[in-house]
Design a protein around this ligand. Structure first.
Ligand code: ZN
Length: 379
């Protein structure tokens, strides 16, 4: 009797165990698979939220085929993620922006290809991408957006400037970034912060109170007029002394004619020229107060001890080939009057530091161009 009962119980237990095992399999295997897939995706640097979306949206194998991809990591988390467009998303270079999937979808709908979309988002913020999407489709957009310094917020101005000037695309982008498609002294940016790579031109001014902090008196033996007190900022003066000594050692005599000028000083200079020669003259030759580089303490005019006309002096030739080695650049070159907005001034130099000066020298760029390409990186 006992034995039979035991067998019966055993049979029942076996059944129970079987049911339990089946239940466990149903629960554990998918979990095991999910854990296994998650760890594979984790290895490809997908984050926690992306992974759970990938698994929920059943696109695991597609993502494994794509591999590590920051754009995919973001778009899969968004509601607008469209499975049918996975191949397209994967080709788009990542830029950190909000609602990326939504914007990529809209740009694809407009007819832009993935390379173009990569450029559009690379040169925008979220809000400038949103603005860009409202515009009609632009053909060959990459002509304008292929440079590191392109900005989609200026796209309409690039198009208009190209139409007007037929300049190279590189110049169109650079010149519009400078502001050359706009009138001088209109909508200018006024700055108050000193740095050796600060830009002052007809689009970027200084406040009336701006004064560089470390103005230092130039030893009078370095000046043309020994009775005038001239100042430069400390870093500009140190570099000047280094250059001056090198020039002297080679038999050249460069002297400072005019260095730092306050807003008030510049106002006097401007008024004097204005009264003497009239408006057309000052437009080209003299900066309005607040728009002179002399107010930065980083600029100066030089003279030669050997010639009254600096351009004809051997010192000028020496400066042309050597000033950049000490961090100085000829600020208003002969062939770039349209870019700088100033007439050629062989005597006017600007301190920008050795690295920038070298790059400008080697690439034949004015500081306006350099700034528009490499310093003004606001999108
Ligand atoms: Zn000057």
């Amino acid at each position: 009797m006992k034995k039979i009962k035991k067998r019966k119980l055993t049979g029942f237990s076996k059944l129970l165990i079987k049911i339990l095992i089946i239940l466990l399999v149903i629960i554990l295997i998918p979990n095991g698979i999910r854990i296994y897939k998650s760890s594979n995706l984790k290895k490809l640097k997908y984050d926690h939220e992306a992974i759970s979306n990938i698994l929920d949206k059943k696109v695991y194998s597609e993502f494994m085929n794509i591999g590590e991809n920051k754009t995919m990591n973001q778009v899969v988390k968004e509601q607008e993620f469209d499975k049918k467009r996975i191949d397209k998303y994967a080709k788009i270079t990542y830029t950190n922006q909000e609602h990326l999937a939504k914007n990529i979808n809209l740009l694809l709908d407009k007819g832009y290809n993935t390379a173009e979309i990569s450029l559009i988002i690379a040169h925008s913020t979220t809000s400038t991408t949103d603005e860009f999407i409202k515009k009609d489709y632009i053909e060959n957009i990459s002509n304008y957006l292929k440079f590191d310094y392109s900005k989609t917020k200026y796209i309409d101005r690039y198009l208009a400037y190209y139409k007007l000037t037929r300049e190279s695309y590189d110049n169109v982008v650079t010149y519009v970034n400078i502001g050359l498609d706009k009138e001088y002294y209109k909508d200018t940016k006024i700055k108050d912060k000193y740095s050796i790579d600060m830009l002052v031109n007809k689009y970027n001014g200084l406040s009336e109170n701006f004064e560089p902090k470390n103005l230092t008196k130039i030893p009078s033996e370095y000046c043309l007029d020994k009775t005038e007190e001239e100042f430069l900022t400390k870093e500009a003066l140190n570099a000047y002394v280094e250059m001056k000594e090198a020039a002297t050692a080679e038999g050249y005599s460069i002297l400072i004619n005019s260095a730092y000028r306050s807003y008030k000083d510049q106002n006097e200079v401007y008024q004097t020229y204005y009264n003497l020669y009239g408006e057309n003259y000052v437009k080209k030759y003299a900066a309005k107060p607040g728009y002179s580089e002399h107010q930065t303490g980083l600029s100066f005019d030089v003279a030669s001890a050997h010639s009254n006309i600096f351009e004809n002096s051997k010192e000028f030739n020496w400066m042309k080939e050597n000033a950049y080695k000490y961090g100085f650049v000829l600020r208003f070159p002969k062939t770039k009057e349209e870019v700088t907005g100033f007439k050629y001034e062989p005597w006017h130099y600007r301190y920008v530091g050795k690295d920038i000066a070298k790059y400008m020298y080697e690439n034949n760029l004015t500081f306006d161009e350099y700034y528009a390409r490499f310093i003004d990186t606001d999108k």
